[in-house]
Design a protein around this ligand. Structure first.
Ligand code: NAI
Length: 283
């Protein structure tokens, strides 16, 4: 199966990044958002980022023009009717995602593959709401998408080998590194990363070390490019809490219990960089 036309649904930070990478790799991509303002913001963001890459000398003006030409925006999901691959990157909410997949199942051609960029929801459950579960798969990009090399490809229990192969090849075409992962809570990346972040929060909560010192330990001691608490602020503390809850519910193991301090920050509305305050202040 060849993929000629792609649609990315959700023009937020992830969806816009994913659409950019497809356009830069020479693929026709439609970016969809139900909110026109969000769509315009997504498209403008892509154009600005492409300009920055040109300014840095990493993309020619011709390549930039080509990428801009390959990219289009739409608020109409029916425009997925000629798409071979659709990647959903809407809000992390099962009801919203299942509705999107049910609509896509009606709209897209029978051969189309439907992928989700979810960071924590079960692909198996998403696949089950469609009439083409063998063509549903997880394609978990990392943030910021144009920079980060990894894509976790998540096989639902129903995903066919053919679907997996098409997505693996596509990932390589995007100049990304695919990793095959089975559909268990947190997949691989968040199952490993989030308990580390949660433990860093426990260390602060229990007075082991200050926020800055916990980050310094991991940066200078473990050579991490960024401390876990800085990273948590970037990801969003609400997202971190949500993923810990997915791990805790999914495995029923107390080692995944979210730190009470994380819960408190989220209740206070201290969600990290996006809200101006988390473990650090961004005002
Ligand atoms: P975001 O909140 O920045 O963007 C979501 C966009 O989806 C919004 O523009 C919203 O208007 C749109 N949307 C909501 N419902 C829609 C619908 N029914 N149809 C069309 N558009 C709709 O969210 P973000 O951060 O880009 O996350 C998107 C997905 O990517 C989530 O599933 C998240 O778990 C996943 N993800 C997020 C990462 C991150 O670091 N933010 C990393 C990896 C995955």
């Amino acid at each position: 199966m060849s993929v000629n036309q792609v649609m990315v649904i959700g023009a937020g930070q992830m969806g816009a990044g994913i659409a950019q990478v497809f356009a830069q790799s020479g693929l026709k991509v439609k970016l969809n958002d139900m909110n026109e303002e969000a769509l315009n913001k997504g498209i403008t963001g892509i154009e600005k980022r492409l300009q920055r890459v040109v300014d840095k000398g990493k993309l020619t003006a011709d390549e930039q023009a080509k990428a801009n030409e390959l990219l289009s925006g739409t608020t109409d999901l029916n425009d997925a009717s000629d798409c071979d691959l659709v990647i959903e990157a809407v809000v992390e909410n099962m009801d919203v995602k299942t509705k999107v997949f049910q609509s896509l199942d009606e709209i897209t051609p029978a051969h189309a593959i439907l992928a989700s960029n979810t960071s924590s929801l079960p692909i198996t459950e998403i696949a089950a709401v469609t009439k083409r579960p063998s063509q549903v798969i997880g394609m978990h990009f990392m943030n910021p998408v144009p920079v980060m090399k990894l894509v976790e490809i998540i096989r639902a229990i129903q995903t066919s080998d053919e679907t997996y192969q098409v997505i693996e090849e596509m990932t390589k075409k995007l100049n990304k590194a695919p990793v095959e992962v089975n559909d268990l809570p947190g997949f691989a990346a968040n199952r490993i990363l989030m308990p580390m972040i949660n433990e860093a929060i426990f260390a602060v909560h229990e007075g082991v070390a200050s926020v800055e010192d916990v980050d310094t330990v991991m940066k200078l001691g473990m050579n991490h490019p960024m401390g876990p608490l800085t990273l948590a602020d970037f990801i969003g503390l609400d997202t971190c809490l949500y993923i810990m809850e997915v791990l805790h519910d999914g495995f029923g193991d107390s080692k995944y219990r979210p730190c009470p301090l994380l819960r408190q920050y989220v209740k206070a509305g201290w969600l990290g960089k996006k809200s101006g305050r988390g473990f650090y202040s961004y005002e």
